[in-house]
Design a protein around this ligand. Structure first.
Ligand code: ZN
Ligand code: ZN
Length: 445
C-alpha cells in the first residue's frame, strides 16, 4: 500500500471514529437507548425513593451475619409478595430467588448479597444498627434494596421484558462462599448472564466504574500452628522455641511474592495474625499465625497455596518445630479471581453510558480485594461494577469494613435503575440475535 493510500485510510478511520463510538450505543443498535433513562426517571420519583430508602433502613437496623440472614430474607420475601413476584425459598439456607418476566427463556440474573459484618457501628443516627457488634459495613443492605428496586421497576415494565429476570438474593458473601452454594444448587442453570454491583465511597454519585477481564483478585486464607516445647525463657537449650520459628516463617513467606512471583502478575501474602506466649519469661509450647494470599490468576493462587505450605513446614523444621496448616477451604474452596466478561462489558458501557452519560462511566483499576461473585462467573458469563456514592460537596464517606462506613442513600435509585436496565436490554438484545439451540434445551429453570 502506498503512503498516500495509507494516510487516506487513517483519515477515513478517524473521520468514522465518532460515528463508530455512537453506533456502539443502544440508540443506534436497536432503539433501546430510551430504557435506561426511563427507568432512572421512574426510580427517582418521590414515592419510589421513599420506599427504597425505607427498605434499606429496615435492613440496616437489623444486620445479620452469613447464613443467619433469616429476617433479611423474610423482608425480601414480603416485598416480593407485595410486588406479586414469585420466588423460590429457601435456597442455600436463607437465599431467595425471584422471577420477573415471561417465566420462560432467555434468562438473565441480578445478584444481591444479604450478609453484614461483625463490626460495631459508630456514630449515632436514627436507623443505626440495633444489633450490638454487627453492622452492614459493606453496603449489602443497599445491594438488597437496589435489587428489590430493580424488581419493582421490572414488574412495572413487565411487558417490555422479553424473557425472565432471575433475582438472586444470596447469603454469606463475606467469606462464607454463599455464591458457590447458590451455583451448586442450580440457581444459574439455563441463565445466560449475571450482573452484580458494589457501592463505593471512592467514586462520585452518578458515576460507575468497572473493566473487562480480571477486576478483583482471588483469595485464600490459612492458619498454622507451630509446635515446639515450652520451658524457662532463661534456659532456651531445654526448649524448642515456636515463637522464633513462627517469626522465621513470617519473614520467609514475604519472599514468595518478592522472589518467586512474576512482578507483572500481582500477588499479595499477608500474615495478619500472630499469637503465642503470655509471659516475659516463658517459652510457650506453640504459636499460631494466620493470613491471606491473593492473586489474579487461579494458577498463581494454587502455586501460592502450595508454596505457603512448603515454607511453613520447611521453616518450622529448620528450628525443630512441627507445623499443622489449615487452609479453611472446606466446604468453600479458594475464592477464584473475579473476571468480567468482555461482551457484557460492552453491554454495560452502552447501558450505563445511555443512563449516566459516557463521561460518568469510568475505567476501574483492578483491586486485590476479592468477591464471591467470582463463583457465578466460573459458571456463566458475569459482570460486576462499582457504583459511586460520594457527594462531592459533602465530607468523605467512611470506607467499607470500618465502623464509620456510611451509605449515601441517593445511590439507591441509580443502582436499581441500572440493574433493571442491564437485564431488560440484555434480554431484548437476545431477541434480536439469532438464537443457538445449544445450551438452551430447557424452557425453565
Ligand atoms: Zn465486604
Ligand atoms: Zn461487599
Amino acid at each position: 500500500m502506498s503512503f498516500s493510500k495509507f494516510v487516506s485510510l487513517v483519515l477515513i478511520f478517524h473521520l468514522l471514529t465518532p460515528a463508530l463510538v455512537f453506533s456502539s450505543s443502544l440508540s443506534s443498535s436497536n432503539g433501546l437507548s430510551g430504557i435506561p433513562k426511563k427507568f432512572l426517571d421512574f426510580a427517582k420519583r418521590k414515592e419510589f425513593v421513599d420506599w427504597i430508602v425505607g427498605v434499606r433502613r429496615k435492613i440496616h437496623e437489623n444486620p445479620e451475619l452469613g447464613y443467619e440472614e433469616f429476617e433479611t430474607s423474610k423482608l425480601i420475601r414480603s416485598e416480593l409478595d407485595k410486588l406479586g413476584i414469585p420466588y423460590k425459598y429457601p435456597v442455600s439456607v436463607t437465599g431467595v430467588v425471584g422471577f420477573v418476566g415471561t417465566g420462560g427463556p432467555p434468562f438473565v440474573a441480578l445478584r444481591a448479597d444479604m450478609d453484614a459484618l461483625p463490626i460495631q457501628e459508630e456514630g449515632d443516627w436514627e436507623h443505626r444498627s440495633k444489633i450490638p457488634g454487627k453492622m452492614h459495613a459493606c453496603g449489602h443492605d443497599a445491594h438488597v434494596s437496589m435489587t428489590l428496586g430493580a424488581a419493582k421497576i421490572l414488574k412495572e415494565h413487565v411487558q417490555e421484558i422479553n424473557g425472565t429476570v432471575v433475582l438472586v438474593f444470596q447469603p454469606a458473601e463475606e467469606g462464607g462462599g454463599g455464591a458457590k452454594k447458590m451455583v451448586d444448587e442450580g440457581v444459574l442453570d439455563n441463565v445466560d448472564a449475571i450482573f452484580g454491583l458494589h457501592v463505593t465511597h471512592e467514586d462520585a454519585i452518578g458515576t460507575v466504574a468497572s473493566k473487562s477481564g480480571p477486576i478483583f483478585a482471588g483469595s485464600g486464607f490459612f492458619t498454622a500452628v507451630i509446635s515446639g516445647r515450652g520451658g524457662h525463657a532463661a534456659l532456651p537449650q531445654h526448649s524448642i522455641d515456636p515463637i522464633l520459628a513462627a517469626s522465621n516463617i513470617i519473614v520467609s513467606l514475604q519472599h514468595l511474592v518478592s522472589r518467586e512471583a512474576d512482578p507483572f502478575d500481582s500477588q499479595v501474602v499477608t500474615v495478619g495474625k500472630f499469637q503465642g506466649g503470655s509471659a516475659f519469661n516463658v517459652i510457650p509450647d506453640s504459636a499460631t499465625i494466620g493470613g491471606t494470599f491473593r492473586a489474579f490468576l487461579k494458577t498463581s493462587l494454587i502455586q501460592l497455596k502450595q508454596r505457603i505450605e512448603e515454607v511453613i513446614k520447611g521453616q518450622a523444621a529448620v528450628l525443630r518445630c512441627n507445623a499443622t496448616i489449615d487452609f479453611h477451604d472446606k466446604p468453600v474452596p479458594l475464592f477464584p479471581p473475579t473476571v468480567n466478561d468482555n461482551d457484557l462489558h460492552e453491554h454495560f458501557l452502552e447501558v450505563a453510558g445511555d443512563m449516566l452519560g459516557n463521561d460518568k462511566v469510568k475505567d476501574l483499576k483492578p483491586l486485590m480485594g476479592s468477591e464471591d461473585f467470582a463463583f457465578y462467573q466460573e459458571a456463566i458469563p458475569g459482570y460486576i461494577y462499582l457504583i459511586g456514592m460520594q457527594d462531592e460537596s459533602s465530607p468523605k464517606l467512611g470506607a467499607v469494613h470500618t465502623p464509620q462506613f456510611t451509605i449515601n442513600e441517593d445511590v439507591l435509585p441509580y443502582g436499581a435503575a441500572l440493574q433493571a436496565s442491564l437485564a431488560t436490554t440484555h434480554l431484548l438484545k437476545a431477541e434480536l440475535k439469532p438464537r443457538s439451540t445449544e445450551g438452551h434445551t430447557h424452557d425453565e429453570l
